[in-house]
Design a protein around this ligand. Structure first.
Ligand code: MRU
Length: 353
């Protein structure tokens, strides 16, 4: 499934095209970005967002930088991408590790195929585009595998709570948490979704509800402060969320508010699952305490749409992500199957498979 009348992002004829997520659900408008700086700004203002989608966008950005460069020697092209394009893309958002994973992969391809006679800057440009498009295609395949792995934990009729948007919009397509929902729905399990609206930027209400409605998967929305009452009322069977970065011990950084949902789920004995590709796991970081958390602008809290909802001069707290300790996570649904505690060894096994 995934309604084929829209796409999250793609390469088209020398530019990156993406659905501007800041305008959903009111407008379905595609941006055509043919400059790296414009793409970097689109990532920063969340026109494209969600950990895997940011990684794909950045990879396409490197290809864009290569095609825009006037360098005609391989060395010059490498230098320009290493010193200007890649650092600019790296600086867009700090938490989602998929961004750095994808840029590292592009950088490896940039330096592969070295120095052979006849290896031209043109050939290098083609290699980089191939690598970026490969990352996009792989991401969709991986999401589908996550969906199939998730069937193990989703029963017929399951009522699923999700937070933020970890769907087709947050990936190359299909989604991680919503990939699990889609796979269950395709398998005839008749699942229903309750989406937290996800203040301050409302990814749950604006994006999760939009894409599930497009696929005719039953979805309702509640404000973030209603999730506990829904659990207490026995209206939920499990929680499935995405992740921006998972530490080596299984601690999970995801959209702000995820931690509160995990604690509530534990209190109500409701399973709490995280769905994510292995590219979201950062084994160089021991625990969630070391995950860099993005702090966003006051204005995002101070306004709802055009309306100012804070007195002038009042400051805010504005972390974009929080960390859910591994002890609250029932399982991590990956393309290699569902990982369970103790996560350190489960993660190591998944990487060595
Ligand atoms: O700030 P955002 O919208 O990029 O945050 C997105 C999330 O927190 C998602 O849950 C996460 O990236 C997983 S996407 C498959």
């Amino acid at each position: 499934m995934t309604d084929s009348n829209w796409f999250t992002l793609r390469w088209n004829d020398g530019a990156v095209e993406l659905l501007d997520q800041t305008l959903l659900p009111e407008k379905e408008h595609y941006l055509r970005l043919d400059q790296v700086e414009d793409l970097a700004c689109a990532i920063e203002r969340l026109s494209v967002r969600g950990a895997p989608a940011i990684g794909v966008a950045a990879a396409l950005g490197v290809a864009l930088g290569a095609f825009n460069s006037e360098a005609d020697r391989v060395d010059d092209l490498r230098r320009e991408l290493d010193e200007e394009v890649i650092p600019r893309l790296r600086a867009t958002r700090p938490t989602a590790v998929n961004l750095f994973w994808a840029l590292d992969r592009m950088q490896r391809r940039l330096h592969a195929g070295t120095d052979s006679e006849g290896f031209t800057a043109e050939a290098l440009r083609a290699n980089l585009l191939e690598e970026a498009q490969g990352i996009l295609a792989e991401d969709i395949r991986t999401c589908r595998q996550i969906g199939v792995a998730g069937l193990e934990v989703v029963e017929t009729g399951a009522r699923i709570l999700t937070h933020c948007n970890a769907g087709a919009l947050a990936t190359g397509g299909y989604g991680t948490a919503l990939g699990v929902v889609r796979a269950a729905s395709e398998a005839g399990r008749k699942v229903t979704v309750l989406a937290d609206e996800t203040r301050p930027l409302l990814q749950g209400a604006r994006l999760t509800a939009w894409e599930l409605q497009r696929d005719q998967i039953p979805v309702r929305v509640c404000t973030d402060n209603m999730a506990g009452a829904m659990m207490q009322a026995g209206k939920l069977d499990l929680v499935v969320v995405g992740a921006d970065r998972i530490a080596a011990n299984g601690d999970v950084a995801n959209k702000i508010g995820t931690y509160a949902v995990a604690v509530l789920a534990k209190a109500h004995e409701i399973p709490f699952y995280v769905a994510a590709p292995l590219s979201t796991i950062d084994r160089s970081i021991a625990t969630g305490a070391d995950i860099p958390i993005e702090i966003r602008d006051r204005e995002e809290v101070a306004r709802i749409g055009d309306r100012v909802v804070l007195p002038e001069g009042v400051e805010v707290e504005q972390p974009a992500f929080d960390v859910t300790p591994a002890k609250f996570v029932t399982g991590i649904i990956t393309e290699k199957g569902v990982l369970r505690s103790p996560y350190g060894s489960a993660i190591d096994r998944a990487f060595s498979q």
